[in-house]
Design a protein around this ligand. Structure first.
Ligand code: TYD
Ligand code: MG
Length: 458
Protein backbone atom coordinates (compact mmCIF):
# COMPACT_ATOMS: atom_id res chain seq x y z
CA UNK A 1 0.00 0.00 0.00
CA UNK A 2 1.26 3.45 -0.79
CA UNK A 3 1.80 5.74 2.17
CA UNK A 4 -0.96 8.26 2.76
CA UNK A 5 1.20 11.25 3.57
CA UNK A 6 4.92 11.75 3.36
CA UNK A 7 6.36 14.96 4.67
CA UNK A 8 8.10 16.91 1.95
CA UNK A 9 10.63 19.63 2.58
CA UNK A 10 11.65 22.23 0.09
CA UNK A 11 14.45 24.74 -0.07
CA UNK A 12 13.39 28.38 0.19
CA UNK A 13 16.40 29.38 -1.91
CA UNK A 14 16.40 27.03 -4.87
CA UNK A 15 13.18 25.07 -4.57
CA UNK A 16 14.92 21.70 -4.18
CA UNK A 17 12.54 19.07 -2.81
CA UNK A 18 13.47 16.27 -0.47
CA UNK A 19 11.73 13.89 1.90
CA UNK A 20 14.57 14.11 4.44
CA UNK A 21 15.23 17.17 6.53
CA UNK A 22 18.80 18.33 7.01
CA UNK A 23 20.53 21.45 8.30
CA UNK A 24 21.37 22.69 4.83
CA UNK A 25 19.97 22.26 1.34
CA UNK A 26 21.62 19.29 -0.44
CA UNK A 27 21.37 21.18 -3.75
CA UNK A 28 22.41 24.80 -3.12
CA UNK A 29 24.05 24.19 0.30
CA UNK A 30 22.27 27.12 1.95
CA UNK A 31 22.05 26.50 5.71
CA UNK A 32 18.64 26.29 7.39
CA UNK A 33 16.77 26.78 4.16
CA UNK A 34 14.68 23.60 4.21
CA UNK A 35 11.11 24.13 5.29
CA UNK A 36 8.20 21.76 5.39
CA UNK A 37 5.89 21.98 2.39
CA UNK A 38 2.29 22.32 3.49
CA UNK A 39 0.10 19.41 2.55
CA UNK A 40 -2.37 20.37 -0.09
CA UNK A 41 -5.88 19.51 0.99
CA UNK A 42 -6.98 17.79 -2.19
CA UNK A 43 -4.33 17.64 -4.86
CA UNK A 44 -6.51 15.44 -7.06
CA UNK A 45 -9.03 18.23 -7.51
CA UNK A 46 -6.62 20.94 -8.51
CA UNK A 47 -7.59 23.25 -11.32
CA UNK A 48 -5.17 21.45 -13.59
CA UNK A 49 -7.09 18.18 -13.53
CA UNK A 50 -9.94 18.09 -15.98
CA UNK A 51 -12.70 15.67 -16.54
CA UNK A 52 -12.84 13.71 -19.72
CA UNK A 53 -16.39 12.58 -19.13
CA UNK A 54 -17.20 9.02 -20.08
CA UNK A 55 -15.44 9.00 -23.46
CA UNK A 56 -12.37 6.79 -23.72
CA UNK A 57 -9.11 8.20 -25.02
CA UNK A 58 -8.43 7.12 -28.60
CA UNK A 59 -4.95 6.94 -30.08
CA UNK A 60 -4.55 8.48 -33.54
CA UNK A 61 -2.21 7.87 -36.49
CA UNK A 62 0.28 10.41 -37.70
CA UNK A 63 -1.67 10.80 -40.94
CA UNK A 64 -4.78 11.77 -38.98
CA UNK A 65 -3.10 14.66 -37.24
CA UNK A 66 -3.68 17.94 -39.01
CA UNK A 67 -0.61 20.13 -39.22
CA UNK A 68 -2.02 23.41 -40.40
CA UNK A 69 0.70 25.95 -39.88
CA UNK A 70 0.17 28.16 -36.90
CA UNK A 71 0.76 31.81 -37.58
CA UNK A 72 3.51 33.27 -35.48
CA UNK A 73 3.33 36.92 -34.76
CA UNK A 74 6.34 39.22 -34.64
CA UNK A 75 7.15 40.73 -31.25
CA UNK A 76 8.46 43.95 -32.78
CA UNK A 77 12.03 42.97 -31.93
CA UNK A 78 13.77 41.07 -34.73
CA UNK A 79 16.34 39.73 -32.30
CA UNK A 80 13.76 38.38 -29.85
CA UNK A 81 11.83 36.82 -32.75
CA UNK A 82 14.95 34.97 -33.82
CA UNK A 83 15.51 33.62 -30.31
CA UNK A 84 11.88 32.51 -30.15
CA UNK A 85 12.31 30.65 -33.44
CA UNK A 86 10.67 33.16 -35.80
CA UNK A 87 8.13 35.00 -33.68
CA UNK A 88 5.65 34.30 -30.93
CA UNK A 89 3.27 31.35 -31.26
CA UNK A 90 -0.30 31.89 -30.04
CA UNK A 91 -0.90 29.99 -26.82
CA UNK A 92 2.77 29.46 -26.06
CA UNK A 93 4.32 29.88 -22.62
CA UNK A 94 7.68 31.61 -22.46
CA UNK A 95 9.61 31.59 -19.17
CA UNK A 96 12.12 34.41 -18.82
CA UNK A 97 14.69 34.08 -16.06
CA UNK A 98 17.52 36.35 -15.01
CA UNK A 99 19.24 38.14 -12.16
CA UNK A 100 17.39 40.95 -10.38
CA UNK A 101 17.79 44.25 -12.18
CA UNK A 102 19.04 42.69 -15.39
CA UNK A 103 16.06 44.08 -17.33
CA UNK A 104 13.40 41.35 -17.53
CA UNK A 105 10.52 43.69 -16.77
CA UNK A 106 11.90 46.29 -19.16
CA UNK A 107 12.25 43.79 -21.99
CA UNK A 108 8.74 42.42 -21.55
CA UNK A 109 7.21 45.87 -21.19
CA UNK A 110 8.85 46.79 -24.50
CA UNK A 111 7.50 43.61 -26.10
CA UNK A 112 4.01 44.52 -24.80
CA UNK A 113 4.40 48.01 -26.21
CA UNK A 114 5.38 46.66 -29.64
CA UNK A 115 2.58 44.10 -29.67
CA UNK A 116 -0.01 46.72 -28.70
CA UNK A 117 1.26 49.04 -31.42
CA UNK A 118 0.78 46.16 -33.90
CA UNK A 119 -2.88 45.95 -32.91
CA UNK A 120 -2.75 43.08 -30.41
CA UNK A 121 -4.58 43.18 -27.12
CA UNK A 122 -2.03 42.97 -24.33
CA UNK A 123 -2.23 42.58 -20.56
CA UNK A 124 0.71 43.15 -18.21
CA UNK A 125 0.23 41.65 -14.76
CA UNK A 126 2.68 42.65 -12.07
CA UNK A 127 2.86 41.15 -8.61
CA UNK A 128 6.06 43.00 -7.81
CA UNK A 129 5.48 46.63 -8.61
CA UNK A 130 2.74 49.18 -8.17
CA UNK A 131 0.93 50.79 -11.10
CA UNK A 132 2.88 53.94 -10.40
CA UNK A 133 6.20 52.15 -10.71
CA UNK A 134 5.03 50.54 -13.96
CA UNK A 135 4.07 53.94 -15.29
CA UNK A 136 7.47 55.38 -14.39
CA UNK A 137 9.19 52.59 -16.32
CA UNK A 138 6.79 52.99 -19.25
CA UNK A 139 7.56 56.72 -19.36
CA UNK A 140 11.25 55.94 -19.80
CA UNK A 141 10.56 53.60 -22.70
CA UNK A 142 8.40 55.97 -24.72
CA UNK A 143 4.81 56.58 -25.76
CA UNK A 144 2.40 53.66 -25.70
CA UNK A 145 -0.36 53.14 -28.24
CA UNK A 146 -3.05 50.53 -28.74
CA UNK A 147 -4.86 48.17 -26.43
CA UNK A 148 -2.53 47.60 -23.48
CA UNK A 149 -3.65 47.40 -19.88
CA UNK A 150 -1.95 46.81 -16.56
CA UNK A 151 -2.99 44.86 -13.50
CA UNK A 152 -1.34 44.71 -10.09
CA UNK A 153 -2.49 41.46 -8.56
CA UNK A 154 -1.05 38.34 -7.00
CA UNK A 155 -4.17 36.18 -6.67
CA UNK A 156 -3.89 33.99 -9.71
CA UNK A 157 -7.55 32.98 -9.73
CA UNK A 158 -8.51 36.64 -10.11
CA UNK A 159 -5.90 37.12 -12.81
CA UNK A 160 -7.16 34.15 -14.80
CA UNK A 161 -10.71 35.48 -14.48
CA UNK A 162 -9.46 38.67 -16.09
CA UNK A 163 -7.83 36.54 -18.82
CA UNK A 164 -11.21 34.86 -19.44
CA UNK A 165 -13.03 38.20 -19.62
CA UNK A 166 -10.49 40.23 -21.55
CA UNK A 167 -9.07 37.47 -23.76
CA UNK A 168 -5.82 39.28 -24.55
CA UNK A 169 -3.65 37.81 -27.28
CA UNK A 170 -0.52 38.20 -25.17
CA UNK A 171 0.11 38.62 -21.47
CA UNK A 172 2.99 38.99 -19.04
CA UNK A 173 3.06 37.51 -15.53
CA UNK A 174 5.76 39.33 -13.56
CA UNK A 175 6.76 37.20 -11.64
CA UNK A 176 5.63 33.62 -11.05
CA UNK A 177 7.20 33.66 -7.55
CA UNK A 178 4.83 36.41 -6.40
CA UNK A 179 1.70 34.63 -7.65
CA UNK A 180 -0.62 32.83 -5.31
CA UNK A 181 -3.22 30.14 -5.96
CA UNK A 182 -5.64 30.00 -3.00
CA UNK A 183 -6.24 26.25 -3.23
CA UNK A 184 -2.55 25.39 -2.85
CA UNK A 185 -2.32 26.52 0.74
CA UNK A 186 1.31 27.55 1.02
CA UNK A 187 3.32 30.74 0.74
CA UNK A 188 3.87 32.43 -2.63
CA UNK A 189 7.17 31.37 -4.15
CA UNK A 190 7.07 27.89 -2.60
CA UNK A 191 7.44 24.85 -4.79
CA UNK A 192 3.81 23.88 -4.44
CA UNK A 193 2.61 27.39 -5.35
CA UNK A 194 4.93 27.85 -8.30
CA UNK A 195 3.96 24.47 -9.72
CA UNK A 196 0.24 24.99 -9.22
CA UNK A 197 0.29 28.54 -10.58
CA UNK A 198 2.20 27.52 -13.70
CA UNK A 199 -0.24 24.68 -14.23
CA UNK A 200 -3.21 27.03 -13.97
CA UNK A 201 -1.64 29.55 -16.35
CA UNK A 202 -0.79 26.74 -18.77
CA UNK A 203 -4.37 25.47 -18.90
CA UNK A 204 -5.92 28.89 -19.35
CA UNK A 205 -3.34 30.11 -21.86
CA UNK A 206 -3.57 27.00 -24.02
CA UNK A 207 -7.35 27.01 -23.80
CA UNK A 208 -7.74 30.64 -24.84
CA UNK A 209 -4.71 30.80 -27.16
CA UNK A 210 -3.00 33.51 -25.11
CA UNK A 211 0.79 33.76 -25.41
CA UNK A 212 2.13 34.28 -21.92
CA UNK A 213 5.55 35.51 -20.88
CA UNK A 214 6.29 34.37 -17.33
CA UNK A 215 9.07 36.06 -15.40
CA UNK A 216 10.99 33.69 -13.14
CA UNK A 217 13.44 34.62 -10.41
CA UNK A 218 16.77 32.87 -10.38
CA UNK A 219 18.69 31.31 -7.52
CA UNK A 220 22.25 32.12 -6.51
CA UNK A 221 23.48 29.62 -9.09
CA UNK A 222 21.53 31.32 -11.85
CA UNK A 223 18.85 28.66 -12.44
CA UNK A 224 15.17 29.58 -12.40
CA UNK A 225 14.00 29.28 -8.79
CA UNK A 226 11.34 26.72 -8.05
CA UNK A 227 10.93 23.17 -9.19
CA UNK A 228 12.80 22.09 -12.32
CA UNK A 229 9.33 21.01 -13.41
CA UNK A 230 8.62 24.67 -14.16
CA UNK A 231 11.07 24.57 -17.05
CA UNK A 232 9.55 21.30 -18.27
CA UNK A 233 6.04 22.72 -18.31
CA UNK A 234 6.66 25.79 -20.45
CA UNK A 235 7.37 25.81 -24.19
CA UNK A 236 10.35 28.13 -24.20
CA UNK A 237 12.90 29.04 -21.54
CA UNK A 238 14.89 32.22 -22.01
CA UNK A 239 17.68 33.47 -19.79
CA UNK A 240 18.58 37.11 -19.68
CA UNK A 241 22.21 37.40 -18.68
CA UNK A 242 25.13 39.75 -18.75
CA UNK A 243 27.19 41.89 -16.48
CA UNK A 244 24.94 44.28 -14.60
CA UNK A 245 27.67 46.89 -14.68
CA UNK A 246 28.09 46.65 -18.44
CA UNK A 247 25.40 47.96 -20.72
CA UNK A 248 24.85 44.94 -22.92
CA UNK A 249 22.58 42.01 -22.11
CA UNK A 250 22.37 38.61 -23.72
CA UNK A 251 19.07 36.80 -24.12
CA UNK A 252 19.63 33.09 -24.57
CA UNK A 253 17.08 30.36 -25.30
CA UNK A 254 17.94 27.23 -23.36
CA UNK A 255 14.80 25.37 -24.33
CA UNK A 256 12.55 25.91 -27.30
CA UNK A 257 9.84 23.50 -28.34
CA UNK A 258 9.19 25.48 -31.52
CA UNK A 259 12.68 26.40 -32.68
CA UNK A 260 16.40 25.94 -32.16
CA UNK A 261 17.66 26.32 -28.61
CA UNK A 262 20.95 27.99 -27.76
CA UNK A 263 20.13 31.03 -29.90
CA UNK A 264 21.18 34.37 -28.50
CA UNK A 265 20.18 37.98 -28.98
CA UNK A 266 22.20 40.92 -27.76
CA UNK A 267 20.65 44.05 -26.28
CA UNK A 268 22.05 47.22 -24.85
CA UNK A 269 20.46 48.86 -21.81
CA UNK A 270 20.08 52.57 -22.45
CA UNK A 271 18.42 55.29 -20.46
CA UNK A 272 15.28 54.80 -22.57
CA UNK A 273 15.03 51.03 -22.47
CA UNK A 274 16.70 48.12 -24.22
CA UNK A 275 18.00 48.50 -27.74
CA UNK A 276 18.72 45.46 -29.84
CA UNK A 277 22.15 45.03 -31.37
CA UNK A 278 21.77 43.29 -34.71
CA UNK A 279 25.52 43.11 -35.34
CA UNK A 280 26.99 41.85 -32.06
CA UNK A 281 30.39 40.92 -33.53
CA UNK A 282 31.13 44.54 -34.40
CA UNK A 283 29.85 45.54 -30.96
CA UNK A 284 32.11 43.02 -29.18
CA UNK A 285 35.16 44.19 -31.10
CA UNK A 286 34.62 47.89 -30.65
CA UNK A 287 37.40 49.52 -28.68
CA UNK A 288 39.92 46.70 -29.10
CA UNK A 289 43.58 47.72 -28.99
CA UNK A 290 45.39 47.72 -32.34
CA UNK A 291 48.64 45.77 -32.51
CA UNK A 292 48.88 45.17 -28.78
CA UNK A 293 50.60 42.06 -27.49
CA UNK A 294 48.40 39.48 -25.81
CA UNK A 295 45.27 40.28 -27.82
CA UNK A 296 43.79 37.83 -30.33
CA UNK A 297 40.46 37.69 -32.15
CA UNK A 298 38.45 34.49 -32.32
CA UNK A 299 35.04 33.44 -33.54
CA UNK A 300 32.81 31.35 -31.29
CA UNK A 301 29.38 29.90 -31.99
CA UNK A 302 26.39 30.84 -29.86
CA UNK A 303 23.60 28.60 -31.11
CA UNK A 304 23.71 29.02 -34.85
CA UNK A 305 25.20 32.49 -34.62
CA UNK A 306 28.91 33.17 -35.11
CA UNK A 307 30.27 35.80 -32.77
CA UNK A 308 33.66 37.48 -33.03
CA UNK A 309 35.34 38.41 -29.79
CA UNK A 310 38.68 39.40 -28.37
CA UNK A 311 40.75 37.23 -26.04
CA UNK A 312 43.33 39.03 -23.96
CA UNK A 313 46.21 37.36 -22.16
CA UNK A 314 48.71 38.85 -19.81
CA UNK A 315 51.78 37.08 -18.45
CA UNK A 316 53.59 38.87 -15.67
CA UNK A 317 56.43 37.71 -13.48
CA UNK A 318 55.06 36.75 -10.10
CA UNK A 319 56.25 38.17 -6.83
CA UNK A 320 55.31 34.99 -5.04
CA UNK A 321 56.62 31.47 -5.45
CA UNK A 322 53.68 30.06 -7.36
CA UNK A 323 52.23 31.91 -10.35
CA UNK A 324 48.52 32.70 -10.20
CA UNK A 325 46.10 31.82 -12.98
CA UNK A 326 42.97 33.88 -13.54
CA UNK A 327 40.35 33.33 -16.22
CA UNK A 328 37.49 35.76 -16.85
CA UNK A 329 34.96 34.61 -19.41
CA UNK A 330 36.88 31.41 -20.16
CA UNK A 331 36.99 28.15 -18.25
CA UNK A 332 39.70 28.23 -15.57
CA UNK A 333 40.62 24.56 -16.04
CA UNK A 334 40.86 25.04 -19.77
CA UNK A 335 43.31 27.91 -19.31
CA UNK A 336 45.43 25.79 -16.92
CA UNK A 337 45.39 22.98 -19.49
CA UNK A 338 46.47 25.26 -22.35
CA UNK A 339 49.31 26.66 -20.24
CA UNK A 340 50.49 23.11 -19.55
CA UNK A 341 50.29 22.27 -23.28
CA UNK A 342 52.34 25.38 -24.11
CA UNK A 343 54.94 24.47 -21.48
CA UNK A 344 55.22 20.91 -22.65
CA UNK A 345 55.22 21.39 -26.42
CA UNK A 346 56.87 24.77 -26.85
CA UNK A 347 59.19 24.51 -23.88
CA UNK A 348 58.04 27.77 -22.29
CA UNK A 349 58.23 27.90 -18.49
CA UNK A 350 55.20 29.68 -17.04
CA UNK A 351 55.59 28.54 -13.45
CA UNK A 352 57.09 31.83 -12.29
CA UNK A 353 54.48 33.87 -14.18
CA UNK A 354 51.03 35.06 -13.23
CA UNK A 355 48.74 34.32 -16.18
CA UNK A 356 45.53 36.25 -16.80
CA UNK A 357 43.01 35.47 -19.53
CA UNK A 358 40.11 37.76 -20.23
CA UNK A 359 37.39 37.34 -22.82
CA UNK A 360 36.20 40.86 -23.46
CA UNK A 361 32.52 41.65 -23.65
CA UNK A 362 31.74 39.69 -20.49
CA UNK A 363 30.62 36.52 -22.27
CA UNK A 364 31.18 33.17 -20.60
CA UNK A 365 32.58 31.07 -23.41
CA UNK A 366 32.44 27.29 -23.43
CA UNK A 367 33.14 26.79 -27.15
CA UNK A 368 36.44 24.85 -27.52
CA UNK A 369 37.00 26.78 -30.76
CA UNK A 370 38.43 29.53 -28.53
CA UNK A 371 41.45 27.38 -27.50
CA UNK A 372 43.79 28.32 -30.31
CA UNK A 373 43.17 32.05 -29.87
CA UNK A 374 43.92 31.71 -26.13
CA UNK A 375 47.17 29.88 -26.96
CA UNK A 376 48.23 32.57 -29.41
CA UNK A 377 47.25 35.37 -27.04
CA UNK A 378 49.36 33.78 -24.27
CA UNK A 379 52.26 33.24 -26.63
CA UNK A 380 51.99 36.79 -27.94
CA UNK A 381 52.07 38.17 -24.41
CA UNK A 382 55.03 35.96 -23.51
CA UNK A 383 57.02 37.06 -26.57
CA UNK A 384 55.73 40.61 -26.34
CA UNK A 385 54.84 40.61 -30.03
CA UNK A 386 51.48 41.70 -31.37
CA UNK A 387 49.09 39.41 -33.21
CA UNK A 388 48.14 41.10 -36.48
CA UNK A 389 44.80 42.87 -36.04
CA UNK A 390 43.61 41.44 -39.38
CA UNK A 391 43.90 37.90 -38.09
CA UNK A 392 41.06 35.73 -36.83
CA UNK A 393 41.91 32.47 -35.06
CA UNK A 394 39.85 29.44 -34.12
CA UNK A 395 40.39 25.75 -33.36
CA UNK A 396 40.41 23.31 -30.48
CA UNK A 397 43.76 22.40 -28.91
CA UNK A 398 44.35 18.83 -27.71
CA UNK A 399 46.73 17.60 -25.03
CA UNK A 400 49.37 16.61 -27.61
CA UNK A 401 49.40 20.19 -28.88
CA UNK A 402 47.41 19.19 -31.95
CA UNK A 403 44.90 21.62 -33.44
CA UNK A 404 41.56 19.90 -33.94
CA UNK A 405 38.63 20.91 -36.07
CA UNK A 406 35.46 22.43 -34.61
CA UNK A 407 32.03 22.59 -36.24
CA UNK A 408 30.72 25.55 -38.27
CA UNK A 409 34.08 26.48 -39.86
CA UNK A 410 32.27 28.05 -42.82
CA UNK A 411 30.11 30.30 -40.65
CA UNK A 412 33.10 31.43 -38.61
CA UNK A 413 35.19 32.28 -41.67
CA UNK A 414 32.24 34.05 -43.27
CA UNK A 415 31.67 36.20 -40.19
CA UNK A 416 35.38 37.18 -40.11
CA UNK A 417 35.27 38.07 -43.82
CA UNK A 418 32.12 40.13 -43.24
CA UNK A 419 33.89 42.22 -40.60
CA UNK A 420 36.90 42.85 -42.80
CA UNK A 421 39.42 40.32 -41.50
CA UNK A 422 41.89 39.32 -44.20
CA UNK A 423 43.52 36.20 -42.73
CA UNK A 424 42.24 33.27 -40.73
CA UNK A 425 44.26 30.68 -38.80
CA UNK A 426 42.19 27.53 -38.48
CA UNK A 427 42.60 23.76 -38.06
CA UNK A 428 44.12 22.15 -41.17
CA UNK A 429 41.41 19.49 -41.06
CA UNK A 430 38.73 22.18 -41.46
CA UNK A 431 40.15 23.47 -44.77
CA UNK A 432 37.90 22.86 -47.75
CA UNK A 433 37.37 24.20 -51.23
CA UNK A 434 34.13 25.73 -50.03
CA UNK A 435 36.00 27.86 -47.48
CA UNK A 436 38.52 29.10 -50.05
CA UNK A 437 35.82 30.94 -51.90
CA UNK A 438 35.19 33.34 -48.98
CA UNK A 439 37.78 35.89 -50.08
CA UNK A 440 39.92 35.55 -46.99
CA UNK A 441 43.41 34.06 -46.74
CA UNK A 442 43.27 30.74 -44.89
CA UNK A 443 46.22 29.29 -42.97
CA UNK A 444 45.56 25.71 -41.87
CA UNK A 445 47.61 24.50 -38.91
CA UNK A 446 47.74 21.05 -37.34
CA UNK A 447 49.89 21.78 -34.28
CA UNK A 448 50.32 24.78 -32.00
CA UNK A 449 53.98 24.91 -33.11
CA UNK A 450 52.80 25.79 -36.63
CA UNK A 451 50.30 28.25 -35.23
CA UNK A 452 52.86 30.26 -33.28
CA UNK A 453 55.21 30.32 -36.27
CA UNK A 454 52.41 32.05 -38.20
CA UNK A 455 52.64 34.90 -35.69
CA UNK A 456 56.25 35.60 -36.55
CA UNK A 457 55.70 35.16 -40.31
CA UNK A 458 52.91 37.68 -40.85
P1 TYD B 1 14.18 45.83 -14.64
O1 TYD B 1 13.53 45.62 -15.95
O2 TYD B 1 13.38 46.39 -13.54
O3 TYD B 1 14.91 44.50 -14.15
P2 TYD B 1 14.28 43.13 -13.62
O4 TYD B 1 12.84 43.12 -13.92
O5 TYD B 1 15.07 42.06 -14.36
O6 TYD B 1 14.57 43.08 -12.16
O7 TYD B 1 15.46 46.78 -14.96
C1 TYD B 1 16.09 47.35 -13.95
C2 TYD B 1 17.34 48.07 -14.33
O8 TYD B 1 17.39 48.61 -15.62
C3 TYD B 1 17.43 49.21 -13.37
O9 TYD B 1 18.69 49.14 -12.75
C4 TYD B 1 17.25 50.43 -14.18
C5 TYD B 1 17.68 50.01 -15.55
N1 TYD B 1 16.97 50.71 -16.62
C6 TYD B 1 17.71 51.49 -17.51
O10 TYD B 1 18.93 51.60 -17.41
N2 TYD B 1 17.06 52.11 -18.55
C7 TYD B 1 15.71 52.00 -18.70
O11 TYD B 1 15.16 52.58 -19.65
C8 TYD B 1 14.97 51.22 -17.77
C9 TYD B 1 13.48 51.07 -17.92
C10 TYD B 1 15.63 50.58 -16.75
MG1 MG C 1 11.23 43.09 -12.64
Amino acid sequence: MAKEHTTVFFCKECGYETSKWSGFCPSCKTPNSLVEAPKTSSPKTSVSSFSRGTSRPKPVRLSEISTEKQERFPTGSGELDRVLGGGLLPGSLVLTGGDPGIGKSTLLLQVCRNLAAEGHKVLYVSGEESLKQLKLRADRIGPFQGDISFLCETDLEQILNVFQEEKPSAAVIDSIQTMYAPQAASAPGSVTQVRECTNMILNTAKGLGISVFIVGHVTKDGAVAGPKLLEHMVDTVLYFEGDRHAAYRILRSVKNRFGASGEIAVFEMRSNGLKEIPNPSAYMLSGRPENASGSAISCIMEGTRPLLLEVQALLARTNYGQGRRTATGADYNRVALLLAVLEKHLGIAFSDCDAFINVTGGLKVTDPGLDLAMVLALYSSYKNTAVSSDLMIFGEVGLAGEVRSVPFAKERVQEAARLGFTTCVLPKSSLSADLNARGIKLIGVSHIREAVSVLTEI
